[in-house]
Design a protein around this ligand. Structure first.
Ligand code: NDP
Length: 263
Protein backbone atom coordinates (compact mmCIF):
# COMPACT_ATOMS: atom_id res chain seq x y z
CA UNK A 1 0.00 0.00 0.00
CA UNK A 2 1.48 3.37 -1.07
CA UNK A 3 0.96 6.50 1.00
CA UNK A 4 0.60 9.97 -0.52
CA UNK A 5 -0.11 13.33 1.15
CA UNK A 6 -0.70 17.01 0.61
CA UNK A 7 1.42 19.48 2.63
CA UNK A 8 0.07 22.95 3.39
CA UNK A 9 -0.76 25.62 5.96
CA UNK A 10 -3.73 25.79 6.05
CA UNK A 11 -4.50 22.36 4.64
CA UNK A 12 -7.78 21.34 6.29
CA UNK A 13 -9.74 22.87 3.37
CA UNK A 14 -7.89 20.86 0.72
CA UNK A 15 -9.99 18.58 -1.49
CA UNK A 16 -6.94 16.71 -2.78
CA UNK A 17 -7.36 13.70 -0.42
CA UNK A 18 -10.97 13.22 -1.60
CA UNK A 19 -9.96 13.59 -5.26
CA UNK A 20 -7.02 11.19 -5.22
CA UNK A 21 -8.66 8.62 -2.91
CA UNK A 22 -11.69 8.54 -5.23
CA UNK A 23 -9.35 7.53 -8.07
CA UNK A 24 -7.44 4.94 -6.01
CA UNK A 25 -10.59 3.34 -4.58
CA UNK A 26 -12.48 3.10 -7.88
CA UNK A 27 -9.53 1.88 -9.89
CA UNK A 28 -8.36 -0.59 -7.20
CA UNK A 29 -4.98 1.09 -6.93
CA UNK A 30 -3.45 0.15 -3.57
CA UNK A 31 -2.81 3.57 -2.11
CA UNK A 32 -4.09 6.07 0.43
CA UNK A 33 -3.82 9.90 0.28
CA UNK A 34 -3.83 12.02 3.44
CA UNK A 35 -3.15 15.63 4.49
CA UNK A 36 -0.29 17.01 6.56
CA UNK A 37 -0.47 20.39 8.28
CA UNK A 38 3.09 21.69 7.89
CA UNK A 39 3.89 25.11 9.33
CA UNK A 40 7.65 25.15 8.62
CA UNK A 41 8.39 24.59 4.90
CA UNK A 42 12.05 23.81 5.61
CA UNK A 43 10.86 20.59 7.35
CA UNK A 44 9.12 19.30 4.21
CA UNK A 45 11.85 16.88 3.12
CA UNK A 46 12.40 15.25 6.51
CA UNK A 47 8.64 14.99 7.10
CA UNK A 48 8.17 13.37 3.67
CA UNK A 49 10.71 10.64 4.49
CA UNK A 50 9.59 10.25 8.13
CA UNK A 51 6.07 9.43 6.89
CA UNK A 52 7.38 6.98 4.27
CA UNK A 53 5.57 8.75 1.43
CA UNK A 54 5.66 7.61 -2.20
CA UNK A 55 4.69 11.07 -3.39
CA UNK A 56 3.05 14.33 -2.35
CA UNK A 57 1.36 17.50 -3.43
CA UNK A 58 2.28 20.86 -1.95
CA UNK A 59 0.01 23.85 -1.47
CA UNK A 60 0.12 27.35 0.03
CA UNK A 61 2.65 28.60 1.22
CA UNK A 62 5.26 25.86 0.65
CA UNK A 63 5.59 25.52 -3.14
CA UNK A 64 8.88 27.40 -3.28
CA UNK A 65 10.18 25.46 -0.26
CA UNK A 66 9.17 22.28 -2.12
CA UNK A 67 11.41 23.29 -5.01
CA UNK A 68 14.33 23.58 -2.58
CA UNK A 69 13.46 20.22 -0.97
CA UNK A 70 13.79 18.23 -4.21
CA UNK A 71 16.86 16.37 -5.49
CA UNK A 72 15.82 17.03 -9.09
CA UNK A 73 13.19 19.28 -10.64
CA UNK A 74 11.75 18.52 -14.07
CA UNK A 75 9.89 20.34 -16.86
CA UNK A 76 7.96 23.53 -16.24
CA UNK A 77 8.71 23.47 -12.46
CA UNK A 78 12.39 23.96 -13.25
CA UNK A 79 11.63 27.08 -15.24
CA UNK A 80 9.45 28.69 -12.55
CA UNK A 81 11.16 27.46 -9.39
CA UNK A 82 7.83 26.30 -7.98
CA UNK A 83 6.89 22.69 -7.21
CA UNK A 84 3.40 21.37 -6.44
CA UNK A 85 3.99 17.64 -7.00
CA UNK A 86 6.80 15.50 -5.59
CA UNK A 87 7.46 11.90 -6.60
CA UNK A 88 9.73 9.53 -4.66
CA UNK A 89 11.96 7.86 -7.24
CA UNK A 90 14.18 5.32 -5.47
CA UNK A 91 14.69 7.60 -2.46
CA UNK A 92 15.21 10.76 -4.54
CA UNK A 93 12.62 13.52 -4.54
CA UNK A 94 11.63 14.60 -8.05
CA UNK A 95 9.65 17.85 -8.36
CA UNK A 96 7.04 18.86 -10.95
CA UNK A 97 4.50 21.64 -11.44
CA UNK A 98 1.00 20.87 -12.74
CA UNK A 99 -0.69 24.17 -11.72
CA UNK A 100 -0.17 26.07 -14.98
CA UNK A 101 -1.45 23.27 -17.23
CA UNK A 102 -4.38 22.79 -14.84
CA UNK A 103 -5.25 26.47 -15.13
CA UNK A 104 -5.02 26.53 -18.95
CA UNK A 105 -7.45 23.59 -18.96
CA UNK A 106 -9.81 25.56 -16.70
CA UNK A 107 -9.98 28.72 -18.86
CA UNK A 108 -10.17 26.97 -22.25
CA UNK A 109 -13.83 27.90 -22.69
CA UNK A 110 -13.06 31.64 -22.27
CA UNK A 111 -11.34 31.49 -25.68
CA UNK A 112 -8.08 33.06 -26.80
CA UNK A 113 -6.46 35.46 -24.32
CA UNK A 114 -4.35 38.45 -25.33
CA UNK A 115 -4.10 40.49 -22.14
CA UNK A 116 -4.28 39.13 -18.56
CA UNK A 117 -3.98 40.81 -15.16
CA UNK A 118 -2.74 38.57 -12.34
CA UNK A 119 -3.45 39.59 -8.75
CA UNK A 120 -0.72 38.31 -6.40
CA UNK A 121 2.92 37.40 -6.85
CA UNK A 122 3.35 34.08 -5.01
CA UNK A 123 4.10 30.58 -6.26
CA UNK A 124 0.84 30.16 -8.18
CA UNK A 125 1.27 33.54 -9.90
CA UNK A 126 4.80 32.58 -10.96
CA UNK A 127 3.63 29.38 -12.63
CA UNK A 128 0.67 31.04 -14.38
CA UNK A 129 2.59 34.12 -15.56
CA UNK A 130 5.43 32.03 -16.98
CA UNK A 131 2.90 29.97 -18.93
CA UNK A 132 1.02 33.07 -20.16
CA UNK A 133 4.27 34.69 -21.35
CA UNK A 134 5.27 31.44 -23.05
CA UNK A 135 1.94 31.57 -24.90
CA UNK A 136 2.61 35.15 -26.09
CA UNK A 137 0.01 36.77 -23.80
CA UNK A 138 0.57 40.31 -22.44
CA UNK A 139 0.70 39.96 -18.63
CA UNK A 140 0.36 42.53 -15.85
CA UNK A 141 0.91 41.66 -12.18
CA UNK A 142 -0.55 43.59 -9.24
CA UNK A 143 0.75 42.74 -5.76
CA UNK A 144 0.35 44.15 -2.26
CA UNK A 145 4.11 44.41 -1.67
CA UNK A 146 6.82 45.19 -4.23
CA UNK A 147 9.55 42.73 -3.12
CA UNK A 148 8.15 39.73 -4.96
CA UNK A 149 7.67 41.63 -8.25
CA UNK A 150 11.33 41.39 -9.31
CA UNK A 151 10.86 37.88 -10.76
CA UNK A 152 7.83 39.01 -12.78
CA UNK A 153 9.57 42.09 -14.18
CA UNK A 154 12.44 39.89 -15.39
CA UNK A 155 9.90 37.51 -16.94
CA UNK A 156 8.54 40.38 -19.06
CA UNK A 157 5.37 41.28 -17.12
CA UNK A 158 4.19 44.83 -16.37
CA UNK A 159 4.38 45.09 -12.57
CA UNK A 160 2.39 47.24 -10.17
CA UNK A 161 1.70 47.67 -6.48
CA UNK A 162 -1.55 49.08 -5.12
CA UNK A 163 -0.06 52.62 -5.31
CA UNK A 164 0.88 52.75 -8.98
CA UNK A 165 -1.52 50.58 -11.05
CA UNK A 166 -2.22 51.87 -14.54
CA UNK A 167 -5.28 49.89 -15.66
CA UNK A 168 -5.54 48.43 -19.15
CA UNK A 169 -8.36 46.57 -20.96
CA UNK A 170 -8.02 42.94 -19.87
CA UNK A 171 -9.47 39.72 -21.29
CA UNK A 172 -9.08 38.07 -17.90
CA UNK A 173 -8.27 39.00 -14.29
CA UNK A 174 -7.03 36.14 -12.10
CA UNK A 175 -6.86 36.23 -8.32
CA UNK A 176 -3.90 34.16 -7.16
CA UNK A 177 -3.60 35.84 -3.75
CA UNK A 178 -4.75 33.98 -0.65
CA UNK A 179 -7.07 36.91 0.22
CA UNK A 180 -10.51 35.36 0.80
CA UNK A 181 -9.13 31.88 1.53
CA UNK A 182 -9.54 31.97 5.30
CA UNK A 183 -10.79 35.55 5.67
CA UNK A 184 -13.24 37.84 3.89
CA UNK A 185 -10.65 40.16 2.36
CA UNK A 186 -10.43 41.45 -1.20
CA UNK A 187 -7.10 40.96 -3.03
CA UNK A 188 -6.63 44.77 -3.25
CA UNK A 189 -8.47 47.85 -1.91
CA UNK A 190 -12.11 48.07 -3.07
CA UNK A 191 -11.64 51.14 -5.31
CA UNK A 192 -8.84 49.41 -7.19
CA UNK A 193 -10.82 46.20 -7.61
CA UNK A 194 -13.82 48.17 -8.90
CA UNK A 195 -11.59 49.88 -11.49
CA UNK A 196 -10.10 46.54 -12.59
CA UNK A 197 -13.47 44.82 -12.90
CA UNK A 198 -14.76 47.61 -15.13
CA UNK A 199 -11.98 46.75 -17.56
CA UNK A 200 -12.17 42.96 -17.89
CA UNK A 201 -14.22 40.42 -19.85
CA UNK A 202 -13.63 37.40 -17.57
CA UNK A 203 -12.63 36.69 -13.96
CA UNK A 204 -11.03 33.63 -12.38
CA UNK A 205 -10.12 32.89 -8.76
CA UNK A 206 -7.59 30.21 -7.79
CA UNK A 207 -9.47 29.69 -4.51
CA UNK A 208 -12.11 26.98 -4.55
CA UNK A 209 -14.82 25.69 -2.24
CA UNK A 210 -16.20 29.14 -1.41
CA UNK A 211 -17.34 32.31 -3.11
CA UNK A 212 -14.58 34.76 -2.21
CA UNK A 213 -15.46 38.44 -1.81
CA UNK A 214 -13.63 39.02 -5.12
CA UNK A 215 -15.78 36.45 -6.95
CA UNK A 216 -18.95 37.76 -5.33
CA UNK A 217 -18.22 41.32 -6.46
CA UNK A 218 -17.42 40.08 -9.98
CA UNK A 219 -20.66 38.06 -10.14
CA UNK A 220 -22.66 41.06 -8.88
CA UNK A 221 -21.30 42.93 -11.89
CA UNK A 222 -22.44 40.11 -14.23
CA UNK A 223 -18.91 39.20 -15.25
CA UNK A 224 -18.46 35.55 -16.33
CA UNK A 225 -16.43 33.93 -13.54
CA UNK A 226 -14.71 30.70 -12.61
CA UNK A 227 -13.62 29.64 -9.17
CA UNK A 228 -10.59 27.40 -8.62
CA UNK A 229 -12.43 24.05 -8.94
CA UNK A 230 -11.68 23.46 -12.64
CA UNK A 231 -8.03 24.39 -12.07
CA UNK A 232 -7.98 22.04 -9.12
CA UNK A 233 -9.30 19.20 -11.27
CA UNK A 234 -6.85 19.93 -14.08
CA UNK A 235 -3.77 20.04 -11.84
CA UNK A 236 -5.07 17.03 -9.88
CA UNK A 237 -5.41 14.75 -12.91
CA UNK A 238 -1.89 15.62 -14.06
CA UNK A 239 -0.51 15.19 -10.52
CA UNK A 240 -2.20 11.79 -10.14
CA UNK A 241 -0.59 10.58 -13.36
CA UNK A 242 2.81 11.50 -11.93
CA UNK A 243 2.12 10.03 -8.47
CA UNK A 244 1.12 6.63 -9.88
CA UNK A 245 3.92 6.85 -12.47
CA UNK A 246 1.40 6.64 -15.33
CA UNK A 247 0.01 3.27 -14.16
CA UNK A 248 -3.61 4.49 -14.62
CA UNK A 249 -5.47 5.77 -17.70
CA UNK A 250 -5.90 9.57 -17.85
CA UNK A 251 -9.59 9.39 -18.78
CA UNK A 252 -10.32 7.06 -15.85
CA UNK A 253 -8.44 9.36 -13.45
CA UNK A 254 -10.46 12.32 -14.75
CA UNK A 255 -13.77 10.46 -14.41
CA UNK A 256 -13.28 9.42 -10.77
CA UNK A 257 -11.62 12.66 -9.75
CA UNK A 258 -14.59 14.60 -11.19
CA UNK A 259 -16.97 12.33 -9.26
CA UNK A 260 -15.32 13.38 -5.99
CA UNK A 261 -16.52 16.94 -6.65
CA UNK A 262 -20.09 15.71 -6.10
CA UNK A 263 -19.27 14.79 -2.47
P1 NDP B 1 1.75 32.25 -1.81
O1 NDP B 1 1.78 32.23 -0.32
O2 NDP B 1 2.97 31.80 -2.56
O3 NDP B 1 1.39 33.76 -2.32
C1 NDP B 1 0.36 34.46 -1.76
C2 NDP B 1 0.16 35.81 -2.48
O4 NDP B 1 -1.02 36.38 -1.95
C3 NDP B 1 1.27 36.84 -2.29
O5 NDP B 1 1.44 37.57 -3.49
C4 NDP B 1 0.72 37.75 -1.19
O6 NDP B 1 1.16 39.10 -1.29
C5 NDP B 1 -0.75 37.72 -1.51
N1 NDP B 1 -1.62 37.96 -0.37
C6 NDP B 1 -1.78 37.20 0.74
N2 NDP B 1 -2.73 37.71 1.54
C7 NDP B 1 -3.17 38.84 0.93
C8 NDP B 1 -4.15 39.82 1.25
N3 NDP B 1 -4.86 39.74 2.39
N4 NDP B 1 -4.37 40.83 0.39
C9 NDP B 1 -3.67 40.91 -0.77
N5 NDP B 1 -2.72 40.03 -1.14
C10 NDP B 1 -2.47 39.00 -0.30
O7 NDP B 1 0.46 31.39 -2.22
P2 NDP B 1 0.21 30.45 -3.49
O8 NDP B 1 0.58 31.19 -4.72
O9 NDP B 1 0.79 29.10 -3.27
O10 NDP B 1 -1.40 30.24 -3.43
C11 NDP B 1 -2.26 31.35 -3.60
C12 NDP B 1 -3.73 30.91 -3.61
O11 NDP B 1 -4.01 30.08 -4.73
C13 NDP B 1 -4.15 30.10 -2.38
O12 NDP B 1 -5.39 30.60 -1.97
C14 NDP B 1 -4.26 28.68 -2.89
O13 NDP B 1 -5.21 27.93 -2.16
C15 NDP B 1 -4.72 28.92 -4.33
N6 NDP B 1 -4.39 27.82 -5.26
C16 NDP B 1 -5.40 27.09 -5.87
C17 NDP B 1 -5.12 26.09 -6.78
C18 NDP B 1 -6.22 25.34 -7.45
O14 NDP B 1 -5.96 24.27 -7.99
N7 NDP B 1 -7.41 25.85 -7.47
C19 NDP B 1 -3.74 25.69 -7.11
C20 NDP B 1 -2.77 26.54 -6.45
C21 NDP B 1 -3.10 27.53 -5.54
P3 NDP B 1 2.52 39.64 -0.57
O15 NDP B 1 3.66 39.35 -1.52
O16 NDP B 1 2.28 41.10 -0.39
O17 NDP B 1 2.64 38.90 0.74
Amino acid sequence: MKLFAIFGDPVAHSRSPLMHNSVFKNLNYKACYTRVHLTDGSKLRETFFALGLSGANVTVPHKEAAYAACDEVRGFAKKVGVVNTIVNENGKLIGYNTDADGFMFAIKEFGAMKNILVLGAGGTAKALCARFIEDGIKVSVLNRSKERLVYFRELGCMCFTWDDLKSDKYDLVVNTTSAGLKDEELPAPLALIEEILENTSFVADAIYGKVTPFLKLSKDKNITCKDGAAMLLGQGVLANELLVKHALKTDAIKTYMSKSFEI
